[in-house]
Design a protein around this ligand. Structure first.
Ligand code: IPE
Ligand code: MG
Length: 241
């Protein structure tokens, strides 16, 4: 597909959805959809990197996903551990910088260790920054930011009238990230589900019926092509008006 190299989104986020339905259609257990979905995160991240995208932020497990059956939660939460055991070399030798955002107090110590090992092992990589959101929810992220700001005021580090959008942004997980240009959600659901609520302020939204395990390189390019046709004004007017 013809994409304009000069109009590439710098930062794309994805709400991956439809793993379960993908498996059900094939009479497979839901976990097989998650397995296929995890490999697809890798493939889409590689393709995004080839296209010159700088940041890809993927919603893998929400603060609400704990409400799913225990066996499914267990499968999803051990996937990075299994994956890292098997593909450690690939991850550490790749160009990607990998980060994890979300609560860290409810995941297993084994998973936490894997997150830290991957983050430390890739922190100097210069390619795509791939952020995996695990036990992530915007309400939690913003609540934590508010608590930190209050603490800093009480400690005399900042004054109340210094609170502005920039300061709030600087207390979010995404503090050093470029603005979020494009959000993609797969599987036909048209909602945000407590994902990056603050960061989505001026993001272009793209929804597709394709289920996440079927969302391939061509689908990614379609989403970017749609983004490139948008007229982004950020509340202003076009230059020629
Ligand atoms: C997305 O696929 C993966 C997670 C949210 C963990 P789903 O598991 O939501 O798949 P569907 O929506 O049931 O098809
Ligand atoms: Mg779903």
């Amino acid at each position: 597909m013809e994409l304009d190299k000069n109009k590439m989104p710098k930062h794309i986020a994805i709400i991956l959805d439809g793993n379960g339905r993908w498996a059900k259609k094939r009479l497979l257990p839901r976990t097989m959809g998650h397995r296929k979905g995890a490999f697809n995160v890798r493939d889409i991240a590689r393709h995004a990197q080839e296209l010159g995208v700088q940041y890809l932020t993927v919603f893998c497990f929400s603060t609400e996903n704990w409400n799913r059956p225990k066996s499914e939660v267990e499968y999803i939460m051990t996937t990075p551990i299994r994956y890292f055991k098997r593909y450690k070399k690939d991850i550490l030798n790749s160009k990607m910088r990998i980060k994890f955002i979300g609560r860290r107090d409810r995941i297993s110590t084994e998973l936490l260790k894997v997150f830290e090992e991957i983050e430390n092992g890739t922190k100097d990589h210069k390619g795509l920054t791939l952020t995996l959101c695990v036990d992530y929810g915007s309400y939690d992220e913003i609540t934590t930011a508010v608590k930190e700001i209050v603490k800093e005021i009480k400690a005399g580090k900042i004054k109340e009238d210094e609170i502005d959008a920039k300061l709030i942004e600087n207390h979010l997980f995404t503090k050093d990230y470029p603005n979020l240009d494009l959000l993609i959600r797969t599987s036909g659901e048209i909602r945000i589900s407590n994902f990056l609520l603050w960061q989505l302020g001026y993001t272009e939204l793209y929804f597709t019926d394709v289920l996440w395990p079927d969302f391939d390189s061509e689908e990614l390019e379609k989403a970017i092509a749609s983004f490139q046709k948008r007229n982004r004004r950020f509340g202003g007017l076009n230059d020629n008006k």
